[in-house]
Design a protein around this ligand. Structure first.
Ligand SMILES: [Zn+2]
Length: 283
């Protein structure tokens, strides 16, 4: 009898293990949780259309989600990009990481993956004073190691369940058909992929999607809202711009650190809003 009990306890201990194990790796979110929510997500910026897209959402009483790079379609530290990133964030749109230089993360080493995430965290900490809670891997490519690293950096992975194909050669009508299919089939909810870097997306698709989904009674919310979680690990205060805010000497688009570019693997400085005035925190 004791042996049976011991065996049952052993089995329950094994059964209990997976829940512990799930907390050592990131979750991968591909769809919303809440009914009637649509999260329209925009990758590859900040670019020249960021301000327009953010303003279109704001005017419609809707929220957008932007997964940003540091050095892809230009440098996030240029004055114009800094201003538009601050503008979108201040309007309540969600900001997430899309890695520094948009490489295929599955081809990089652990040090290179950490570097790609570190540099984005550093940029958001400097420009906005936030720690991102979500990372969208470029092209949606990820593996177990990437999930583990993201978890160690406090971030879950954000994918999507509908793709407009706006950066893959779809014309405007083809991309609009993706929205129409979702609306006409009365989809329960959706995380939809667009790209901030496409002019037609900014000028045609966004107004079309906003009008269509609003007319069908959907809530146009951020990814975090449709999941019912926080968009950020922490919200502090932005830092003062300095000459160290540069893309010079960082991985160029599509590549990782290494060679003459030292890989950064620590945790970037973060200014908490609760820091006493006159003290420069985390330096
Ligand atoms: Zn991308």
């Amino acid at each position: 009898m004791h042996l049976v009990l011991a065996a049952l306890l052993a089995v329950s201990a094994v059964w209990g293990h997976p829940s512990l194990e799930s907390r050592t790796t990131s979750q991968v979110y591909k769809s919303c949780v809440k009914t009637n929510d649509i999260a329209l997500t925009f990758d590859d910026g900040p670019y020249i259309y960021l301000r327009n897209i953010a303003d279109e959402f704001t005017a419609a009483g809707a929220k957008a989600t932007f997964f940003m790079n540091g050095n892809n379609w230009g440098c996030i530290y240029s004055d114009d990009r800094i201003a538009s990133v601050k503008h979108a964030y201040a309007a309540g749109h969600m900001i997430g990481s899309h890695t520094w230089s948009h490489p295929d993360l599955t081809t990089l080493s652990t040090a290179q993956i950490n570097d790609e995430m570190f540099r984005m965290e550093e940029a958001f900490s400097r420009i906005l004073g936030i720690k991102p809670a979500f990372m969208r891997p470029p092209s949606g490519y990820y593996n177990a190691n990437i999930k583990k690293i993201a978890f160690s950096r406090g971030q879950n992975l954000a994918l999507w369940d509908m793709d407009t194909g706006d950066a893959d050669g779809n014309n405007t009508a083809q991309s609009e058909a993706v929205y129409n299919d979702a609306a006409n089939s009365k989809v329960k909810n959706a995380v939809i992929l667009q790209h901030e870097t496409e002019e037609d997306t900014a000028t045609k698709l966004v107004p079309y999607a906003l009008k269509l989904f609003k007319s069908k009674g959907y809530n146009l919310v951020t990814l975090a809202e449709c999941l019912g979680v926080s968009p950020y690990q922490a919200v502090g205060v932005a830092q003062k711009q300095s000459s160290s805010w540069t893309c010079d000497g960082t991985p160029s688009p599509g590549t990782g650190c290494g060679g003459s570019i030292a890989c950064k693997t620590g945790t970037p400085a973060f200014s908490s809003s609760s820091a006493p005035s006159g003290v420069v925190p985390n330096e």
